[in-house]
Write a protein that binds this ligand. Structure first.
Ligand code: SF4
Length: 398
């Protein structure tokens, strides 16, 4: 598995796979070929279907600017990976063609001789092996992360936590309509203000967590800065629950960063063994993964055992199996924003369930990750970030 620094990324919304990764890949190519005259980019499959709503064309043109760049949406050509685009670069007397694949969560690869794949730094790839290693070496999960990442992981996670809080603050203090034709009204501030008016504990808890999740996902939908946790579309779940529990229990920052490390490990395992890409495995891979990460983090912050942490992550993923990706008109707004809030609430429930019944469980986290990936592969193509099925097909803009 690769570093957590390859999982948590700070970047502009609305999509890590459709905006952050294409933008960074094009910046990489621009740097390698400084004498570019003009560029033609052809988007395939999921990029071609949802690229407009996800602002893919806009970020690509911005990345190559001021070099003239044309973006073509090719909905006929099939590719091995659903998030693929080709870049044809004219250098005057030479034309170079490169293929870019976006792997989810902002990760990408380019078939260019200058491209270097990020290094694998963890020796274990299954949670069972990690837990066995921790037990035989008598270390905790955060200590495991530090052992392979080095101590610099903590200053990195500190920046990640700061950005998560900044995004929440921005979201709960902003009103108005989100960009795009859906005219979605921002609701985070309304939800947050409602918390101030009602003091019933359940109402307070649910609305506050929801307000935080809406805040992050509305900032994301507006193209603001978020942390991929593990993706932009699923960026609200983890910070929402984290902010809520940190404020409620006055958790010290060191422990918060350790919680982020535990959640990151869960996200990393899903990314390595399955997928965190909606285009590859549906929303179960995005919001399901975010819920699993948040549940593990919450369980860690409440001092649960490794067994309970594993079960919390497993339960959270198990009950997202089959969740489709069907963003209306390709905007990361409906159902994405509300879905993050529901996942944050669900993550807390999963951890609370794990607290009591983890010892008698039958399903392991590793098994549920394998199941999620297989379910994603079996899922009809239209439910994997094409905006051709589900709500995206049924809903008509009035
Ligand atoms: S439905 Fe889920 S996977 Fe699809 S764009 Fe929205 S958040 Fe991402």
């Amino acid at each position: 598995m690769k570093s957590l620094k390859e999982l948590y990324r700070i970047g502009h919304g609305p999509s890590s796979s459709h905006a952050v990764a294409p933008g960074n890949a094009c910046l990489f190519l621009k740097q390698q070929y400084p004498h570019l005259r003009n560029v033609v980019v052809t988007l395939y499959e999921s990029f071609a279907y949802t690229g407009k709503g996800h602002l893919t064309d806009k970020v690509i043109i911005e990345a190559f600017s001021p070099i003239p760049c044309e973006v073509i949406f090719d909905r006929q050509t099939k590719t091995d990976h659903p998030n693929t685009f080709d870049v044809v670069m004219s250098l005057g007397n030479e034309t170079i063609r490169r293929r870019v694949v976006s792997l989810g969560g902002g990760a990408y690869q380019v078939d260019d001789p200058h491209w270097q794949t990020p290094q694998t730094i963890y020796p274990h790839h299954r949670l069972t092996d990690i837990l066995n290693y921790c037990q035989s070496n008598q270390i905790t999960l955060p200590q495991y992360v530090e052992r392979f990442e080095g101590p610099s992981i903590w200053s990195f996670l500190e920046k990640i936590w700061q950005q998560m809080q900044t995004t929440i603050l921005e979201g709960i203090s902003t009103e108005g309509i989100l960009p795009g034709t859906l005219k979605v009204v921002r609701k985070a501030k309304t939800l947050y203000n409602a918390v101030m008016m009602h003091n019933t504990p359940e109402v307070h808890q649910n609305r506050l967590i929801s307000a935080y999740a809406f805040a992050v996902n509305e900032v994301n939908a507006a193209g603001g800065l978020v942390v991929t946790a593990p993706t932009c579309g699923a960026s609200g779940t983890m910070p929402a629950l984290l902010k809520y529990v940190v404020d409620r229990d006055e958790i010290p920052e060191k422990k918060v960063l350790e919680g982020l490390a535990v959640g990151g490990l869960i996200g990393n395992l899903i990314k390595h063994n399955a997928s965190i890409s909606g285009a590859e495995a549906g929303c179960q891979a995005e919001v399901g993964s975010a819920c699993s990460m948040a549940a593990a983090t919450y369980a860690y912050l409440l001092n649960m055992s490794m067994n309970q942490i594993e079960y919390a992550a497993e339960v959270a993923m198990e009950h997202h199996l089959g969740l489709t990706c069907d963003p209306i008109q390709g905007y990361v707004q409906i159902p994405c924003i509300e879905r993050n809030a529901m996942a944050a609430l669900r993550a807390m429930d999963a951890a609370q369930l794990a607290h009591v019944i983890a010892d008698s469980r039958k399903i392991s986290f590793d098994l549920i990750v394998d199941t999620m990936y297989q379910t994603g592969k079996d899922m009809d193509r239209k439910y994997r970030e094409t905006s051709k099925g589900g709500l995206a097909k049924k809903y008509r803009v009035s």
